[in-house]
Design a protein around this ligand. Structure first.
Ligand code: HEC
Ligand code: HEC
Ligand code: HEC
Ligand code: HEC
Ligand code: HEC
Length: 189
């Protein structure tokens, strides 16, 4: 290799390559962070189910479908049979309902895309919150106004702890609300 081309590699090429590598590392870091914080995440679902229509306009109670919220850690997503309580009659001829009915008749679960998630190594429990009066809106926002469910608050450790440590100030409408726990083993068991 000629001396001048080595010089070119060291003085121009190498710094450029390093700069690009560093830049892409920084960009990747922030993008994956945005994904983890999850705010605004609103995946398109396999059937265009609208909370605004069902929970808002029609005022169907959240618990009619999310049966786990007061009895278990998981809120649960309803099976297609819950939908068919109404849709074996209601709007039968609409394309989305025909698609829904096909899942039901084939005995297949609807592959709903998950919106909110905390990692497996952290423990979350719906019933302890809901039974103390912490409502869906405090963590999920006004779902009854959403055509497509979107994540509105962070579920990072800092966000969980921020509510736990300030619960009486954050939730002034709930009489007698205590601070939530902040010792590690309540959430990491
Ligand atoms: C008629 C049934 C039904 C009712 C009533 C209902 N939901 Fe849902 N909910 C669903 C279905 C089906 C999904 C999965 C598809 C989706 O995300 O839109 C879902 C998803 C959700 C999710 C996102 C779950 C995830 O993947 O993280 C939240 C949060 C939620 N519902 C809250 C509520 C709240 C709050 C109410 C009451 C205001 C409510 N739902 C009423 C059926 C219902
Ligand atoms: C309590 C009865 C009831 C339940 C339970 C129910 N729906 Fe509905 N749904 C309706 C009614 C009534 C309409 C029509 C409302 C209107 O257009 O005014 C509707 C409309 C819809 C539409 C829009 C159809 C169109 O194109 O006009 C979809 C999609 C839908 N429902 C999906 C679902 C899914 C998925 C579930 C189960 C998670 C479900 N529904 C549960 C009563 C129900
Ligand atoms: C204190 C905050 C908080 C409250 C209050 C809360 N949720 Fe959630 N919700 C979460 C978190 C965190 C997740 C993700 C859980 C996971 O990944 O295990 C979640 C997940 C869900 C899911 C997805 C399925 C599941 O079981 O994980 C549904 C549906 C849901 N919530 C509905 C509701 C409804 C309906 C209410 C009110 C009755 C409610 N949530 C109240 C924080 C909350
Ligand atoms: C909007 C406020 C709020 C948010 C957000 C919140 N919590 Fe809580 N949490 C509480 C309160 C208040 C209590 C205490 C209830 C009581 O015992 O009086 C509690 C209690 C708990 C408990 C105790 C359960 C038990 O067995 O006693 C766990 C575990 C927990 N929260 C986990 C979480 C996790 C994980 C997150 C974040 C993903 C979270 N919480 C977000 C308010 C919140
Ligand atoms: C109220 C519930 C809660 C408590 C209390 C809690 N954590 Fe966490 N922790 C979480 C959640 C939720 C996550 C996942 C956060 C995420 O993905 O951003 C997490 C993540 C972590 C992680 C992974 C690194 C990271 O930031 O993602 C470590 C390490 C950790 N916690 C250690 C601790 C220690 C040590 C304590 C006690 C001082 C503690 N946690 C108390 C809820 C809690």
């Amino acid at each position: 290799m000629k001396r001048s081309s080595l010089d070119y590699i060291l003085r121009i090429r190498l710094p450029v390559v390093l700069f690009v590598a560093l830049l892409s590392a920084v960009v990747t870091y922030y993008l994956s962070r945005a994904e983890r914080d999850g705010i605004g995440y609103a995946p398109t679902q396999p059937v265009a189910f609208s909370h605004k229509l069902h929970a808002g306009t029609m005022r169907i109670d959240c618990q009619y479908c999310h049966t786990g919220v007061v009895v278990s850690p998981h809120a649960t997503i309803p099976p297609v049979s819950t939908c068919m309580n109404c849709h074996s009659v209601a709007r039968k001829n609409r394309p989305e309902i025909i698609a829904l009915t096909k899942y039901y008749e084939d005995g297949k679960a609807l592959p709903w895309k998950r919106v909110h998630r905390v990692p497996d190594f952290a423990y979350f429990n719906h019933s302890v919150h809901v039974n103390k009066g912490v409502g869906c809106v405090n963590c999920h926002g006004a779902v009854e106004n959403m055509d497509v469910v979107s994540q509105v608050s962070e579920f990072t450790m800092a966000a969980c702890l921020s509510c736990h440590r300030n619960a009486p100030d954050r939730l002034p409408d709930i009489a007698g609300i205590q601070k939530g726990p902040d010792n590690c083993n309540t959430c990491h068991r």
